[in-house]
Design a protein around this ligand. Structure first.
Ligand SMILES: [Zn+2]
Length: 177
């Protein structure tokens, strides 16, 4: 069973290794950065960005999408642990692209007898989802004003990263006004 296997690995030295790896590290991330990405078990974010322990807050959920709980974590990350930059990485071939919010809600209603109060944040195009999440973070009142947000779509086959840019709706107006 999976539980037993994991606990066996902990006993076999995982606990000691983790303790050694954490030794001397400060609580605030050294690179003052938070990274939001998908829980997909194929994505090794530490390898991807050459990250070490103690450098970045890594937030993971289904899709790597901005939810109320992500805002909660980012606000604590910034206000209590001095991070500033936020990196969003969503990916092609994501499970969140395999259903729609309505379908999943309908499915749950059928199987469980009630609909969830939360949304799945399902998306067809990860680029659109990243853009939406970046825009949301840029306008979040709880994040510090100097927050910098960059968003990317990871190709799950080639592991190429493609940056996503938000077109600021007000950007053209200030030029003419
Ligand atoms: Zn995913």
């Amino acid at each position: 069973m999976a539980f037993e296997e994991l606990l066996r690995r902990y006993e076999a030295g995982g606990g000691h290794l983790a303790a050694a790896n954490a030794e001397g590290l400060a609580v605030p991330p050294a690179l003052h950065t938070a990274l939001l990405t998908c829980m997909d078990s194929r994505i090794d974010v530490f390898a991807l960005f050459g990250m070490q322990l103690g450098e970045v807050h890594v937030l993971r959920n289904a899709g790597g999408v901005v939810t109320d709980d992500v805002i909660r974590s980012l606000t604590i990350s910034q206000r209590k642990l001095q991070t500033r930059d936020i990196l969003i990485v969503q990916h092609s071939g994501c499970g969140l692209g395999t259903f729609t919010d309505d379908d999943f809600s309908e499915e749950l209603a059928h199987e469980v007898g009630m609909r969830p109060s939360w949304r799945t944040h399902a998306f067809r195009d990860p680029g659109v989802s990243v853009r939406r999440d970046m825009a949301q973070l840029r306008h979040d009142p709880f994040l510090v004003p100097e927050t910098r947000v960059r968003g990317f779509v990871l190709d799950i086959e080639s592991f190429a990263l493609e940056e996503v840019f938000v077109d600021e709706p007000g950007a053209g107006l200030s030029a003419t006004g």
